[in-house]
Design a protein around this ligand. Structure first.
Ligand code: PRP
Ligand code: URA
Length: 209
């Protein structure tokens, strides 16, 4: 079963609280998404393998450590996952970026797919799927299904806020995937929104409400 990491770092908790507040502007919401994705990405990349390399400093030759040629892909779930891309790219600027387009049908709450474009060598990449919200889990499961259908194997899921239900179904559907979340919230409401949550992440990121 994949591990679930819930961040208790005070900076992350503080910034998530700011994102939750309905007073937070679109500009601030975007800036916070970038800052939190960098903080979370720092920890979520902890397991990337290192190798010994020899370099020469201005003083002498030395053996030191660098990332072991592990290629990385970042895959935001459109739209709201885009808010995580810049922060992750600041950490791993050579990463390739795939996109999976999904939206939730407002009646059924089931994910509807409209786009999928991934790096062609996705099977060789450590892949970070990013989306601020894990509510029913339908979108995350469908996005990871897409990636696996195209050969993806080494997948990590990162989100800001998750419901207990979403975590459970995602773990069942993709037991090989580790999940990094900034906050595990109470529950879903009757519209399948996370309570207390932060509302509609896409609308808050793009000001479309
Ligand atoms: C939101 C969010 C997730 C999804 C989570 O996207 O960004 O992708 O809902 O819900 P689920 O776990 O129940 O599937 P939304 O469908 O609102 O699309 P948008 O990003 O285009 O606004
Ligand atoms: N999608 C969102 O953007 N917010 C929720 O609370 C649930 C799904």
């Amino acid at each position: 079963m994949g591990k679930v990491y819930v961040f208790d770092h005070p900076l992350i908790q503080h910034k998530v609280s700011l994102m939750r507040s309905k007073e937070t502007t679109v500009k601030e919401f975007r800036e916070l998404a970038k800052e939190i994705s960098m903080l979370m990405g720092f920890e979520a990349t902890r397991h990337l393998p290192l190798e010994d390399v020899e370099i020469e400093t201005p003083i002498c030759k030395t053996k030191t450590k660098m990332l072991k040629g592990q290629d990385i892909a970042i895959v935001p779930i459109l739209r709201a996952g885009l808010g995580f891309v810049d922060g992750m790219l600041a950490l791993v600027p050579n990463a390739k970026v795939g996109h999976v387009g999904l939206y939730r049908d407002p009646e059924t709450h089931q994910p509807v797919e409209y786009y999928c474009k991934l790096p062609t060598d996705i099977e060789n990449r450590q892949t970070f799927v990013v989306d601020p919200m894990l509510a029913t889990g339908g979108s995350a499961i469908a996005a990871i299904d897409f990636i696996k259908q195209r050969g993806g194997k080494h997948i990590t899921f990162m989100c800001l806020i998750a419901s207990p239900e979403g975590i459970e179904v995602l773990q069942k559907a993709h037991p090989d995937v580790d999940i990094y979340i900034a906050s595990k919230d109470e529950k879903l409401n009757e519209h399948a929104y996370i309570v207390p949550g932060l509302g509609d992440a896409g609308d808050r990121l793009y000001g479309t409400k």
